[in-house]
Design a protein around this ligand. Structure first.
Ligand code: ADP
Ligand code: MG
Length: 810
């Protein structure tokens, strides 16, 4: 104990200042002088416990630290902090002995499950009234209670001497009651006691009390333990409504004398009661929350099985680091996150292997028409396009179904690649279906594909809700007989009436709106052999998410823009400075270029926004740009009107296009070099990035001008816009967007089922997600049918079979 303590102190000397300066995004950084030497001195004291290379890495990062700029300092300190935290976990954390597998049979497991799903009322101390209150926070079963996790932790480990207490601090003290009774204070009755521990006197007060019970409880001479915040009143130290325990009690240490879990509040349930019933649940049932992840995996990753993790999360070890607990990064938190991710990844691995083993079509590659098409293009494919095309070709020629995700930023040239894949299928005598999430997007794909199809004589059709019954019938006919090679549509492609003669390739433009399930449904349209699937997405998906939602896909990334493209210069203007933005527009127009002016369209205020866009168009035409033509495009226009507005802009008959966000999708006007986004603060980060992708589609310099109206310093909106000004890297933007809005938001509600994690968070627990994936995939490789892991199989099916349409692993 003594040794660990001094270790802890030495480490504290390094970690404490780091924690202090890093708080609130390094708000304190400038207040601290001489950080370099402070940290170097402290570092020297833990040198012998650090691996040599970590020590020198940190030492180098500290070199001349005080002379660096704020941002550099911050970057260095962040790195140091994370190195040290990892190392401190290694050194300071309690060493858990290697675990062994728990062997229980399926029957016992099911019995345990049953017990865990019992209503909370089965627990000691929970009656119908309390159960009802718990239910308001969705705590209904014993298991719910076990997984009702602390929000924060409070340090109530050390007993303090009364003589050393200071106002404002949280403390735990032990002493003897010397006085107790009711006193009057401003016409209110207050129950007051005074305790002594030999170093001083401390008062405690209750404004709500049962006099008889309090008198009995706090009879003079009894030893008590009090925990709470110290305040000072009339020169005396006191605690108001402290938490109380008695050293003679059996269960001492539930509320004081330990690292105390602080649970989310539940209306009508006192923290003490909540803590007590959770303690009961943990004591009686945590053992039964078995998750049969093989011990060799947990040992290798230094993680705990669920029962131990639950115990630890509710009753941390006195040696645990409270800071890490509060960051939800403790071994207990990590273990629970890992557990959840593990089953998801195992399910995805299983699905992937099931698809991979199904019989698919082996297309013949490199047909003459593919070569001819490549020659007829006015450009050469980029290296990234060529590489990705090869990856696709390899999948398509294999006798198993392709299941591939094609990712790339707007304008990187995914469409050509997708068309080439389609061409391979068509040349092999198969049909292709392209599914888009919206009608507008389907139309845009149709226009783009038609351009390419025209070069090479491929029959394509567009199937959307807007078609007449007769047109639709004709398309159905063409697909059934096989003379339509490629059909583009929305979910209408699922409809019963749609029958293919020989569907060979399904291209899905996801935009995050479809998921694993929808893809499976479309594949069923092919009778007999499984068609190949290519999923395209224009919004780069953070790696984290790609791994969860698209975990069953192989991934191809086009990470290069066609030659000569310059990053779009992005600037932020306040409404007051709007004129400056329009000055840049004027300059661009005078060079013969074109401009977009975009207005947000928010559903609840759609009418006003439309009005704003229309008024703005008039204002721009009459006041600012009388010698240019201004066009208007919005979602409420008829399709023919929209097409006309787009065509006029494309051909240059209008030079300024004022629009609501409908231009977000698929529009391609290389002459457009500047975009003004009004009310930019109302758009999401990814959406802004998509919009910006409409300019910068040629070798010319181009601009994105963000005009923001209400921007508070330090607001989320300002942060979003700043990120956009800093970078044009779609992946970085997607990561940031996910940090701001959370993964569920980004994927839309349809995917939310995917994120019904109990406590894991793909962003915070990213490291666990990565290793869960590695372990799950390697376990399945070793035992593809999970024959040696019947319990794992059971849980997997229980949690994911429905959601992932897994076939039973027999
Ligand atoms: P994405 O679908 O990835 O947003 P597109 O396929 O629409 O991108 O391509 C954007 C623009 O770039 C189109 O006008 C397309 O014709 C052009 N393009 C595609 N590939 C290349 C290339 N390798 N070199 C030059 N231009 C290209
Ligand atoms: Mg194939």
């Amino acid at each position: 104990m003594g040794k660990t303590n001094s270790q802890e102190e030495k480490w504290g000397a390094v970690l404490r200042p780091l924690r202090f300066v890093s708080r609130n995004d390094f708000a304190n950084l400038n207040k601290v002088k001489n950080l370099e030497n402070t940290l170097k001195d402290a570092l020297a004291r833990i040198k012998d416990t650090l691996p040599q290379e970590i020590y020198s890495q940190i030492f180098n990062l500290l070199d001349r630290l005080d002379k660096l700029s704020f941002d550099e300092k911050k970057a260095h300190l962040e790195k140091i902090f994370s190195l040290l935290e990892d190392a401190s976990q290694e050194t300071l954390q309690k060493v858990w002995p290697p675990l062994e597998d728990v062997y229980i049979d399926l029957e016992t497991y099911r019995l345990y499950r049953k017990e865990l799903s019992k209503p909370v009322q089965f627990l000691k101390g929970v009656g119908p009234k309390l159960a009802h209150k718990l239910a308001t926070r969705e705590v209904k079963t014993v298991e719910d209670l076990l997984f009702f996790l602390p929000r924060t932790y409070e340090d109530r480990r050390k007993m303090r001497f009364i003589g050393s207490l200071k106002t404002g601090e949280q403390a735990v003290v032990e002493g003897e009651v010397v006085l107790s009774g009711v006193v009057k204070f401003k016409r209110r009755r207050v129950f007051e006691i005074v305790i002594s521990d030999g170093t001083g006197l401390l008062a405690a007060k209750w404004f709500h009390f049962n006099e008889k019970r309090h008198r009995e409880t706090f009879r003079p001479g009894r030893k008590v333990i009090l925990a709470g915040e110290i305040s000072t009143f009339a020169g005396r130290k006191e605690m108001i409504h402290p938490e109380v325990e008695f050293p003679e009690d059996e269960k001492v240490g539930l509320h004081v004398g330990r690292i105390l879990p602080v649970y989310p509040t539940i209306e009508g349930v006192s923290p003490k009661v909540l803590r007590r019933i959770i303690a009961n649940a943990v004591e009686e049932y945590a053992e039964k929350a078995i998750s049969p992840i093989p011990a060799k995996i947990l040992n290798k990753r230094r993680l705990l099985p669920v029962p131990l993790a639950l115990k630890g999360i509710h009753f941390p070890d006195p040696q645990d680091d409270i800071y890490i607990l509060n960051e939800e990064k403790s071994i207990y938190h990590k273990s629970l996150a890992f557990d959840e991710f593990f089953y998801l990844e195992l399910a995805l691995a299983l699905r992937k292997s099931q698809i991979a083993r199904a019989p698919g079509i082996a297309f013949k590659p490199g047909t003459p028409r593919v070569r001819r098409f490549l020659k007829s293009l006015p450009f050469k494919l980029t290296r990234a396009q060529t590489r990705v095309l090869k990856e696709i070709e390899k999948d398509m020629t294999s006798p198993y179904p392709m299941n591939r995700l094609l990712q790339g930023d707007v304008g990187c040239g995914k469409t050509v690649v997708a068309f080439l894949a389609a061409l391979i299928a068509i040349d092999n005598g198969y049909q292709v279906a392209l599914m888009a999430p919206t009608e507008i997007l389907a139309e845009q794909h149709y226009l783009n594909f038609k351009k390419y199809a025209g070069l090479i004589g491929v029959e394509i059709a567009l199937l959307t809700g807007g078609k007449t019954a007769r047109e639709k019938k004709e398309i159905y006919q063409g697909l059934k007989e096989g003379h339509i090679n490629l059909v583009i549509g929305t979910h209408a492609l699922f409809q019963e009436a749609v029958e293919f003669k020989k569907l060979g390739l399904v291209i899905v433009d996801e935009q995050h709106r479809f998921g694993v399930l929808q893809r499976a449904a479309l594949r069923q349209k092919a009778k007999g052999l499984e068609p190949d699937t290519l999923v395209m997405t224009a919004t780069p998906i953070p790696r984290t998410l790609a791994m969860t939602v698209y975990g069953d896909l192989d991934v191809s990334i086009i990470d290069e823009l066609p030659a000569g493209r310059k990053p779009v210069k992005t600037y932020l203007f306040t409404a007051k400075d709007r004129q400056k933005a329009y000055e840049i527009v004027r300059q661009e127009l005078s060079k013969g270029h074109r401009a977009y002016v975009v207005f947000p369209l928010v559903e609840e205020s759609e009418k006003m926004d439309l009005l704003a866009a229309t008024t703005m168009a008039e204002h721009l035409q009459k006041e600012l740009f009388p010698d240019y033509q201004v066009g208007l495009l919005h979602g409420k226009m008829k399709p023919s009107e929209k097409e006309a507005a787009m065509a006029a802009f494309k051909e240059g008959r209008t030079q300024i296009l004022v629009s609501t966000t409908v231009i977000e999708v698929g529009v391609d006007v290389p002459e457009a070099t500047v975009m003004v986004i009004e009310n930019a603060e109302r758009f999401g980060l990814s959406q802004l990035h998509q919009l910006r992708g409409r300019v910068g589609r040629s070798a010319r310099e181009s601009y994105c001008l963000l005009v923001a109206h209400k921007l508070k310093p330090g607001s989320e909106a300002l942060r979003r816009l700043k990120i956009l000004c800093e970078t044009t890297d779609g992946f970085r933007i997607a990561e940031e967007d996910m940090k701001i809005r959370g993964p569920g938001e980004i994927l839309g509600t349809r995917q939310s089922g995917f994120f019904a994690f109990r406590r894991a968070d793909p962003v915070r627990d990213y490291d666990m997600l990565v290793i869960a994936r590695e372990e799950a995939f390697s376990l399945l490789k070793e035992d593809p049918l999970l024959e040696n892991y019947p319990l794992l199989k059971e849980i997997l099916m229980e949690r994911w079979q429905e959601r992932l349409k897994l076939s039973e692993v027999a």
